[in-house]
Design a protein around this ligand. Structure first.
Ligand SMILES: Nc1ncnc2c1ncn2[C@@H]1O[C@H](COP(=O)(O)OP(=O)(O)OP(=O)(O)O)[C@@H](O)[C@H]1O
Ligand SMILES: [Mg+2]
Length: 406
């Protein structure tokens, strides 16, 4: 049980206690350690069970509930106290927080509110290793500066490489709703898609969400795009953020492959991400788009999350040099992936990820380094010195130098 959060609840009302219990039962990262129907007995229960979280419902008797917060706080300071109430009265919220509650949750309890509270308390990943330090999960959105630059190749292969580490649990969300092909890269015929998740969003719990994902032999899970194309997106930005909040509770890594339309849904994905990997190649249309997209993301306060990744380094002699590219985009290049057409195309055509298809290839090595960089911020260069392992220098000049001589 080291990877779950242990919780004890007190609520004299059987009805609300049971509905909270049902909700918690669907969360496999939370273990209901003890329940209590009397405020008077809860402190004893806490001393015996020493849970990570005490959930105190205030509605049966606010005074007793508030006093209990103080008592539990003194008894077991390491226990996070969450309170639950139908009341939204400011004075009650203030008193609960002053007494030592970490979070004030509105009743009836909603799964996403609860998960968001766990996330804030950095408890959503339980005691799991391998994720973002101090928090449960790392969310990376992969965006492209143009079509076909290698976003899906990167998202899938990064996910499969991360999944090699047994401490990691990895899911890919294919948010390229029209033309997404993540299932092809993994040779998966999924039973469910993001459409099913959206259709059941109001009764979504963990077991349902996990059933909607298909696991690949590498260990990575996939939430695929809908089967049918539609005029309307199957899921709203709010719903997507809810799904991501739930997935963050069980996965150490979420990798989101978005469309190239920078739609509200794509933006919502970036908003909930820790990192946005912007994939570009070294050609003028791509580099010009990087500048344009960066301006767009800056206006949405997302630019600080963006890391530029140059794919297919060494593609053609006619490519713009990396230094000139840096001049153009005015940002550091976070990482480079070499051009490795044979490995990539073989991997995609066989539906077998690079780590299995071509474990020693240049592209695989570069993506392994990228995974390391994402997880540990380790910018060490590769011993083999292959392309992609060396971070670029800081940019020196502005946009129009690209039009000057090479
Ligand atoms: N580093 C690389 N070396 C050689 N070929 C690559 C590399 N990365 C990607 N490719 C190839 O580029 C093509 C496009 O890749 P991919 O589908 O991943 O791009 P994308 O950005 O997801 O495209 P789309 O805009 O259609 O979503 C594929 O055929 C893939 O094999
Ligand atoms: Mg793609």
């Amino acid at each position: 049980m080291s990877s779950v959060v242990r919780l004890a609840i007190v609520d004299p009302s059987d009805g609300t206690r049971n509905s909270v219990k049902n909700l918690l039962l669907g969360i496999d990262s939370v273990w209901l350690e003890a329940e209590c129907s009397r405020y008077e007995f809860f402190a004893d229960l806490i001393s015996q069970t020493k849970p990570d979280i005490a959930l105190i419902s205030l509605d049966a008797d606010q005074a007793k509930g508030l006093a209990l917060i103080v008592q539990i706080n003194q008894l077991l300071p390491s226990c996070h106290i969450l309170v639950l109430s139908r009341s939204t009265e400011g004075s009650l919220i203030l008193q609960a927080i002053r007494n030592g509650a970490k979070e004030f949750l509105n009743a009836p309890l909603r799964l996403d509110d609860f998960m968001a509270a766990l996330d804030r308390l950095q408890l959503s990943g339980g005691g799991r290793k391998g994720g973002k330090s101090g928090s449960g999960s790392k969310v990376v959105t992969v965006v492209g500066a143009s079509g076909g630059v290698g976003c899906t190749s990167l998202a899938i292969n990064l996910a499969c490489i991360e999944a090699q580490n047994k401490d990691n649990s990895v899911a890919v969300i294919d948010l390229d709703l029209g033309l997404g092909d993540a299932d092809v890269w993994l040779d998966i015929i999924p039973d469910y898609t993001i459409q099913d998740v959206a259709d059941n969003i109001t009764r979504l719990d963990y077991s349902l969400l996990k059933r909607s994902l298909t696991q690949h032999a590498s260990g990575a899970f996939l939430l695929p795009r809908p089967v049918q194309m539609d005029d309307h997106p199957p899921i709203t930005p709010d719903q997507l953020q809810r799904v991501v909040a739930l997935l963050k509770a069980t996965f150490t890594h979420l990798i989101i492959d978005v469309s190239k339309s920078f739609s509200p849904l794509d933006i919502a994905a970036m908003q909930v991400s820790d990192m946005v990997l912007m994939v570009t190649q070294l050609d003028l249309p791509c580099l010009r788009n990087v500048v344009r997209v960066m301006q767009f993301l800056e206006e949405r306060e997302l630019a600080s999350k963006v890391k530029v990744l140059v794919n297919r380094i060494g593609l053609e002699d006619s490519q713009i040099s990396l230094n000139k590219a840096l001049d153009t985009i005015g940002r550091e290049v976070f990482w480079q992936i070499p051009n490795d057409y044979a490995s990539m195309i073989e991997s995609r055509n066989n539906g077998v990820p690079l780590i299995e298809q071509a474990p020693k290839s240049k592209a695989t090595k570069a993506i392994e380094h990228l995974a390391n960089l994402i997880d540990h911020g380790d910018h060490t260069t590769s011993s083999s010195g292959e392309a992609g392992a060396v971070p670029a220098e800081k940019p020196k000049r502005g946009l129009f130098s690209i039009f000057g001589k090479k």
